[in-house]
Design a protein around this ligand. Structure first.
Ligand code: TYD
Length: 206
């Protein structure tokens, strides 16, 4: 089983991913928690480049390919082997982030992005995807209050982040059987309760 967590900046999905992972382990299931970009030695290097490039310019197409390279490595090195062994794989961001940020956000043609994603992942698609939906202003202010240096994406303007959020909502509507949309302005325990219920429901256990 492959579960991904998606959302705009400051949606709280990383907290929920960690909680879900701990819950699965505590209930005796084999699980791993990964994040994108990252999770492999190559992925961690690419994360540094694509998020904090400093003065080094990165074109939109190059950005797509950097995320795709990190993802290709993660799929081959970690995700596929663990899924084959029966692990529940929890991933904080995955291919839908590329469609939301590079597609809806940067305006890159989404059918071309889907080809790149398909090449990088060999077609590995999540069984269940949570969207933690939060108004852009709230998400950005949550993030900015907690850290000193914003990454390349947090520095984008409100319009960019509004397109990302709307993109996520469109994708969730278009593929409703895979996505679960959760109002991420609710208290963290209420959000967690929905994540837990939906996950147990999909796992088919009480
Ligand atoms: P991260 O610190 O993991 O942010 P968050 O806590 O919001 O998940 O940063 C990942 C950033 O990279 C985030 O701003 C979204 C962006 N991103 C893309 O633009 N495309 C992608 O394919 C992925 C995986 C991430």
């Amino acid at each position: 089983m492959f579960i991904t967590l998606e959302g705009p900046e400051g949606s709280g999905k990383t907290t929920q991913a960690q909680r879900l992972y701990r819950f699965l382990c505590d209930s005796g299931r084999q699980a791993i928690l990964m994040r994108e970009p990252g999770g492999t030695a190559l992925g961690d290097k690419l994360r540094e480049i694509v998020m904090f490039s400093g003065d080094v310019p990165i074109s939109s197409r190059a950005e797509v390919l950097l995320f795709a390279a990190a993802r290709a490595q993660l799929v081959e090195e970690v995700l596929l082997p663990r899924i084959r062994e029966g692990f529940i794989v929890v991933c904080d961001r995955y291919a839908d982030s590329t469609l939301a940020y590079q597609g809806y956000g940067r305006g890159i043609d989404r059918s071309r992005l889907r080809s790149v994603i398909d090449f990088a992942t060999g077609g590995l698609t999540p069984d269940l995807t949570f969207l933690f939906d939060v108004p852009v202003e709230i998400g950005l202010s949550r993030n900015r209050s907690g850290q000193l240096s914003a990454d390349r994406f947090e520095q984008e303007d409100l319009d960019f982040h509004s397109r990302v959020r709307q993109g996520y909502l469109d994708m969730a509507r278009a593929e409703a059987q895979r996505w679960v949309v959760i109002n991420a302005t609710l208290p963290v325990d209420a959000v967690w309760e929905r994540v837990r219920e939906e996950t147990l429901d999909r796992l088919g256990t009480p």
